[in-house]
Design a protein around this ligand. Structure first.
Ligand code: PEP
Ligand code: MG
Length: 582
C-alpha cells in the first residue's frame, strides 16, 4: 500500500516516528498488547467471562423481545446465540491467546477483519447478512472485554504514536511520555485542552485530523509532523529519511537553545519583560528551571480535580500549592482558581447537562454558585502563600460584580483564617483573566478592582470571533491576528498601564514565536507560555529590538486583516530573526 498524507491542525511542534496505537475514547477499542507468559491464563479467563456475559446479555434481550413483540421479532437474537457458538469465538480466540500471547480484543478484532474481507468477496446476500450478525456479536463481545480494561493507555508496553478519536482531560493528565512519543486526535482545535497538554508534555501532536482513527490501523508505521499538523501513513523510504533528518535538526535546534537558560528575557536595546511558564500538570514544575522560566504566569488547578469522584480536600490542595510555593523560590506563581466547564468537564461537579458548555456555568460562574467548593480552594491558597510568593487569579470574568463577589468570598476566608489563628498570607495579590470581550472592553473599570491582568487569548479569540476553540471544522477561523483581537489586547494593556499596574498574557498566543515581535511592541509586561516553548520565545525576545517592535505594533493596529499583519511582522523583523520565524 502506498504512502498517504493526512492533515489536521498543528498542536505541538516536533516530529515522532513509530507504530500507531489506536485508542477510542467512545465506542470500541482493540489495541494490541503483548502478554507475559504468566498473564496468558488470566487473559483466557477474562475472554471467557466476557463471552459468558455476552451470551447472557443476548439471552436477556431475546427474552424481553419475545415477551414484548413476539417470537418472530426475537429471531435475530436467536441467530446471535448461534453465532456465538461458532468455533471462532469459543475455540480459535483462546487458542490464539495461548499461541501468540496477545490480548483478546486485538485477536478478536483481527480475526473479524479477515472474516469480513472474506464475506465481502462472496457477494451473496445471505452471507452478507450473516456477516452483519457476526459483527454485531463481536462488537458486543469487544465492548464487554474493553469494559473490564478501561485503562489501556496506562498499560502501554512499547513506544507508540497514539492515534485517538479524542482524549479526555483524565486521559491526558496521566499520559506516559516514555511510551507515547506523539499523538493525534480526530477532533480538536489549536487551543483545545488536548493540544495544550501536548505542549506541556513537550511531545509532537496534531489535532482536528477528522478521521485519522478510521484511516490508520494499529501497528502501522506513521510519521507525526506536529509542526505542520500532518500524519504520514506507510511512509516511503525517502520520506522516512527526510523526516529523520528533520527530527535530528529540530532536536539540535532545541539543544542549542539550552544556553539561554540563565539569560534574561531582554531585547537587544534593553527592554526587559518577564517570561513565565504555564503549568498544566504538576510534573512540569521540575522542568521550569531547566527551561529558564522566571516564575509561573498560569498555574491551572483543574488537574487536582481530575480522575476522582470527589473534590480534593483543603489539606490536599494546600499541600499542592505549598509544594508550588516552595519550588518556585523567589519568583512569583499565579494560581488560577478552578476553571471547570467547557472542554475541561468533570462529572461530579457538573450540576446539569448544558447544550453550550463554553457559554455556561464554567470557571468563576461555577465557583460563585458553589462557594463551598470555591472557599476550600481560596483557603488553601491563602495558607500556602505563607510559604512563597503566590498570587491568585480569577478566570472567565465577564462583569465587575463577579470580581466583587469573588473578593467578598476571599475576604470571608481571610477573616475565618484569622479567627482560627491559622498561618496564612493576608495581602495576597489578586488578578483576573481578560478572556471575554466584555472584560477587555471594560478593562479600565476592572483594573480598579485588582492588582494585575492576564490576557487569556485562547478564550478571548473563541468568544470574540464566535469560533469554538475545540471544533476542527471552524479551526480556520481561529485567528489570533484578527484586527478585533489586536484592538482588545491593546485596550487591555492601555487600561492596566494607565492605572500603573502590570499586564501579562497567558493564552497560547504568547507562546507562538511569530507573534512575539508584535506582542512585545504592544508592551505586554509578561509572557507566560508552555514550558517547552520558553527557550524559543526567549530567543525571539533577545533578537527583537523594542524600537522595531513598537513600530510593528503601531502599524498593525491600522491593518485590515491578519495576512497584512503577518506580512508586516515578516518585513520588519531583523533578518536573523526572520530566518528563524518564517
Ligand atoms: C485562555 O483562555 O487563554 C487561558 C489561558 O485559559 P484556558 O486555556 O485554560 O481556558
Ligand atoms: Mg481560558
Amino acid at each position: 500500500m502506498t504512502e498517504k498524507i493526512l492533515s489536521g491542525v498543528p498542536a505541538s511542534g516536533g516530529i515522532a516516528i513509530g507504530p500507531a496505537y489506536i485508542y477510542r475514547r467512545e465506542g470500541i477499542s482493540a489495541p494490541r498488547r503483548a502478554l507475559e507468559p504468566s498473564e496468558v491464563g488470566a487473559e483466557v479467563d477474562r475472554y471467557k467471562s466476557a463471552l459468558q456475559k455476552t451470551r447472557a446479555q443476548i439471552g436477556e434481550i431475546e427474552g424481553r423481545m419475545k415477551a414484548k413483540l413476539g417470537k418472530e421479532h426475537a429471531a435475530i437474537f436467536e441467530a446471535h446465540q448461534v453465532v456465538l457458538d461458532d468455533p471462532l469465538f469459543g475455540e480459535e480466540i483462546p487458542k490464539s491467546i495461548h499461541e501468540r500471547r496477545l490480548n483478546a480484543e486485538f485477536l478478536l478484532a483481527e480475526a473479524l477483519e479477515k472474516f469480513q474481507a472474506a464475506m465481502a468477496a462472496l457477494d451473496d446476500g445471505y452471507f452478507r447478512d450473516r456477516g452483519g450478525d457476526i459483527q454485531d456479536v463481536a462488537d458486543r463481545l469487544l465492548k464487554n472485554l474493553s469494559g473490564g480494561e478501561k485503562d489501556h493507555l496506562k498499560k502501554l508496553d512499547r513506544e507508540v504514536i497514539l492515534i485517538a478519536d479524542d482524549l479526555a482531560p483524565s486521559d491526558t493528565v496521566t499520559l506516559s511520555t516514555e511510551k507515547v512519543k506523539g499523538f493525534c486526535t480526530d477532533v480538536g482545535g489549536r487551543t483545545s485542552h488536548v493540544a495544550i497538554v501536548a505542549r506541556s508534555l513537550s511531545i509532537p501532536a496534531a489535532v482536528g485530523m477528522r478521521d485519522v482513527t478510521g484511516q490508520v490501523k494499529d501497528g502501522d508505521l506513521v510519521i507525526l509532523d506536529g509542526n505542520n499538523g500532518l500524519v504520514i501513513l506507510r511512509p516511503e523510504p525517502q520520506t522516512l529519511e527526510h523526516y529523520r533528518r528533520l527530527k535530528e535538526s529540530h532536536e539540535a535546534f532545541l539543544k542549542s537553545l539550552e544556553e539561554l537558560k540563565n539569560l534574561p528575557a531582554v531585547t537587544p536595546d534593553g527592554h526587559r519583560v518577564t517570561l513565565a511558564a504555564n503549568i498544566e500538570i504538576p510534573q512540569e514544575l521540575d522542568e521550569i528551571a531547566r527551561h529558564g522560566a522566571e516564575g509561573i504566569g498560569l498555574y491551572r488547578t483543574e488537574f487536582l480535580f481530575m480522575n476522582r469522584e470527589t473534590s480534593p480536600t483543603e489539606e490536599e490542595q494546600f499541600e499542592a500549592y505549598r509544594h508550588l510555593a516552595v519550588k518556585i523560590g523567589v519568583n512569583p506563581a499565579i494560581i488560577r482558581t478552578l476553571d471547570l466547564g467547557g472542554d475541561k468537564f468533570l462529572s461530579h461537579l457538573n450540576l446539569f447537562h448544558e447544550s453550550n458548555p463554553f457559554l455556561g456555568l464554567r470557571a468563576i460562574r461555577l465557583c460563585l454558585k458553589r462557594p463551598d467548593v470555591f472557599k476550600i480552594q481560596l483557603r488553601a491558597v491563602l495558607k500556602a502563600a505563607a510559604h512563597g510568593p503566590l498570587k491568585i487569579m480569577f478566570p472567565m470574568i465577564s462583569t465587575l460584580s463577579e470580581i466583587r463577589e469573588a473578593k467578598v468570598l476571599l475576604n470571608q476566608c481571610v477573616q475565618q483564617l484569622k479567627k482560627e489563628g491559622a498561618v496564612f498570607r493576608e495581602g495576597i495579590e489578586v488578578g483576573v483573566m481578560i478572556e471575554i470581550p466584555s472584560a477587555a472592553i471594560i478593562a479600565d473599570l476592572i483594573i480598579q478592582e485588582v492588582d494585575f491582568l492576564s490576557i487569556g487569548t485562547n478564550d478571548l479569540i473563541q468568544y470574540t470571533l464566535a469560533v469554538d476553540r475545540v471544533n476542527e471544522s471552524v479551526a480556520y477561523l481561529y485567528d489570533p491576528l484578527n484586527p478585533a483581537i489586536l484592538r482588545l489586547i491593546q485596550m487591555t494593556v492601555a487600561a492596566a498601564h494607565k492605572a500603573g499596574k502590570w499586564v501579562g498574557m497567558c493564552g497560547e498566543m504568547a507562546g507562538d514565536p511569530q507573534f512575539v515581535p508584535l506582542l512585545l511592541g504592544m508592551e505586554l509586561d509578561e509572557f507566560s507560555c508552555s514550558v517547552s516553548v520558553i527557550p524559543e520565545i526567549k530567543k525571539v525576545i533577545r533578537l527583537m529590538p523594542m524600537k522595531a517592535a513598537k513600530e510593528i505594533a503601531a502599524e498593525a493596529l491600522h491593518k485590515k486583516d491578519s495576512q497584512e499583519v503577518l506580512k508586516l511582522i515578516k518585513d520588519k523583523v531583523p533578518a536573523d530573526l526572520r530566518t528563524i520565524l518564517f
